[in-house]
Design a protein around this ligand. Sequence first.
Ligand SMILES: *Cc1c(COP(=O)(O)O)cnc(C)c1O
Length: 821
Amino acid sequence: MATKFNKEKFKKEILDHVRNFSRKTLSDATPQELYQAVAFATRDILTDDWIETQHVYNAEAPKTLYYLSMEFLVGRALGNNLLNLGIIDQVQEVLKELNIKIDLSLIEDQEPDAGLGNGGLGRLAACFLDSLSTLSYPAYGCGIRYNYGIFKQEIKDGYQIEHPDDWLANGNPWEVKRNDNAQEVKFGGTVYSYCDENGNVHYEQKDFQSVLAIPYDMPILGYKNGFVNGLRLWDAEAPEKFVLRFFDQGAYEKAVQQQTLAKTLVEVLYPNDNHYQGKALRLKQQYFFVSATVQSAIAKFKKSNANIYDLPQKVVFQMNDTHPAIAVAELIRILIDEENLGWDDAFYITTHTCAYTNHTIMIEALETWPIELFKTLLPRVYQIIEEINRRFCIELREVHHMPENIIHDMAIVCDGQIKMAYLAIVGSFSVNGVAAIHTEILKNDLLKNFYNIYPDKFNNKTNGITQRRWLGHSNPELANLITETIGDDWYTDLTALKKLTPYAQDSAFIDAYSKIKHNNKLRLAKYIKENNNIIVNPDSIFDVQVKRLHEYKRQLMNVLNILMLYNEIKANPNGNYVPRTFIFGAKAAPGYRRAKLIIKLINSVANLINNDPDVKDYITVVFIENYCVSNAEIIIPAANVSEQISTASKEASGTSNMKFMLNGALTIGTLDGANIEIYEEVGDDNIFIFGLTCEEVLSLYKSGSYNPWDIYNHDEDINKVLKQLINGTIIHSASDLFIELYESLLNRAGDNLADPYFILKDLRPYHEAQAKVAKAYLDQKNWNKMAIINTACSGKFSSDRTIKQYAEDIWHIKPLILPKK
Ligand SMILES: *Cc1c(COP(=O)(O)O)cnc(C)c1O
C-alpha cells in the first residue's frame, strides 16, 4: 500500500542533489534549486512503486486503456504527488530539520505548470489520469511533449500579449526518456501496390520522410495506493542523424527535410480552444502521436498475445475529441499492411477497439481536413479513409435504405473534405457526450442520422474533476475541516461529502467553514495585490468567471451587467449596495480578434470603475493575468459566486462549474452542460438559474425570429449600456474602440447573425438573477448554509465516478491488484 517514507534518506537525497547538480550547500541553494532537489527526492520514492506497477502489468497483461489526447493540462506535479503519496507532513518536517527557511508552498511555486492544453478538454484528460491511477486501472495517457505549452499571457495597457511558455527550460524532473520504445512515423511519399504469388494485393509507401517518435513517461500516482501509471508524451527526433555526412545531393536534402520536420513537429501546442484551424502542421502532430501510440500499443500487445484477433479483448483506444480520430485509419493500416489481415477483419478489430468522445456541437469546432492536404501528407492513410467511406456509403444505401441526400450528408469524405467526427463514429464502438444534455443534443440534433443507424453506440459520460487536486491540494484548510468532521473517505469516494448535509445547520461548523472561505479570499487578495496592485475588499462578494475567453461563454454579458450596476450606482450614489469584486481570468486564442477585444473591454471597464470614487467602494473589477491550473488553485477556493453563463446548448459540460461547487461557491448559470446536473443535485434553493433553455435557443436559431433591436428599443438600461460601448464613456480618448462589439450585438454581418449568442436576450434575466445573489449574500448565515450544501452535493462530479462509468460501460477494464507490501 502506501509508500514507506524514510526521512533520513529523503534528507540525504536533497543534500546530495543540491551538491551534485548545483554545486552548492543547502544554505546557498536558490528556491528553484530546492524545488529540483525536493522533486528528485520525491521521484526517487515513487519510482519503486512505478517499477512494481509495471511488473504487475507485465505479469498479468491486463486489458489496457490508451487515452489518446492532443492535450493534457496537468499543471504542477510536486504538491499533488506529495498529497497522493501521503507524505506532505513528513516532507515539511524534513524541510524544517534541514533548516530550510522557505515554505513548502513557495518551493512548489518554483515548478512551471505543465500547460500542455488549452482549457477544459485538456484539464479533463489530466483529471482522468489521476482517477485512473487512484482506481488502479491499467492505462496510459498518450500525447505530445510540446516544447512550448499554452502561451503565457501578459496584460499590457489592457491588451493580451502572448509569450512563449518555455516550460522545459530548467529540465523536467518527472519525465523519463524511453529510447527503447522509439517508433518510426512516416509522412508523404507515394503508395505502390503489388500482387504476391497468391494474388493478394499489398501496399507499400515509398520515398517518405521519417520522424522518430521518442516517448517520455511521466508518473501518474494513485491516491495512497502505490499505483503508478504513465503519461506517455512523444517527442520527435530526426532519424539517422549522421546521414548529413553523405554528399549525395538527394540524401542530403532529405536529411535536412527530416531534421526540419522533426524540429517543427512538436514545437508548440496550437492555442485554439473549441475552434478548428486547418493547418498542415497540426495534422502532422495528430498523425505523429497517434501513429506512434498505436504502433507501440500493438508491439506491447504482441509481446504477451499470439493472436491479433484478440486485440479488442486487450486494448482500447479512447479518442479525446476528433483530434486523434486518425487512429481509426492508422489501426486499419497496420492490421492490413503489417499484420496481413483482410479488410473485413481489420475493420472489425478496429471498430471494437476504438471509442470516441465528442466535446462540442459548435460547427466552427468540428474538424474537417481538405482531401488534397491529407492525401499529400498521408497517402496510405487517405486510401484507407476513402475505402471506409466507400463501404459506409454502400451500407447506408443497401442496409439502411437511406435516401441519397442523407447519404451525402453522412459521408465521411464529401465536397473535398474529410469529416473527422464521422470517421470517429463509423470507426468506433462507442460515441459519448460529456453531460446529459449534451448527449441528448448529439442524439437528437447534430448526429441524429448516426444515432438512427447506430443507437447502441451512443452513451453519456458526464465529466468530472479530481477532488485530490481541486479540494485536497488547492484548499487544504477546507479539506482538513471536512476530514475532521466526517472522516477522510471523501478522498476516494466523493459522495461521502453528503455526510456534511446536517452540518449546514451547525453553527460551529458554519463558522469554521466561513472562516476558511475568508482565509482563501485573503490568500487571493494577496495574489491580486501582488499581481495587479489592486486592493480588494475581502468582505465583498468574490464573483468569479475564469475560463477561456470565447463569445459563447459570454464574458461580454458579464461586463454589460457590471456596466448596468455601475449606472445604477452613478444614478444613486447614496443607495445601499452589496460590495462586489468581479474577478476574470481568461486567455484568448491569439488569432481570435473579438475575444481579445473583449479582454481589452474588461480591463477598460476595470479601469473606469476602480478609479471612480462614487463606485469603487461597491464594485471592483479585476482581470487576473495568465489564467492557468496553478492560479486556478488559488482563485477557485476563494470564490463566492461561480459564473457559468454560456449560451444554452454551447457548453458541452464545463468542469470549472464543478470545481467551484466543490469549494462552496454558488453558481449563477444557464441551463447548459453540467450546470443542469448541478442544479439537480443542489435543488432550486441553492443555485441561481436564469435565461434561455437549450430548446429555446435551438428553436430561435431554426425560426430566425430573434431580433436584438427589440431589446435595444424597449429596455432603457440595456440601451444605455450599449450606447456607452461607443460614446466614450469607457475610454474617453478612444470611443470607437469597441464598435465591433456593439455591432456584433445588434447587426448581422455576412454569415454572422446579430447577437448569435443571445447576450441581449439573456441580459435582463441575468441582471435580475444577480440582484438575487446580492440580496442572498446579505444573509450571511443562510449564504454559508447554501455554500455548505453545494460542497455536500458535489459527490457526483468526481472524475472517479466518471472513470468508473467509462471503465465499466465502455472500456471493460478492471482494477489491477498490486501485491501487498
Ligand atoms: C477547469 C479549467 C478549465 C475549464 O473551465 P470551464 O469553465 O469548464 O471552461 C480551463 N482552464 C483551466 C486552467 C482549468 O483548470
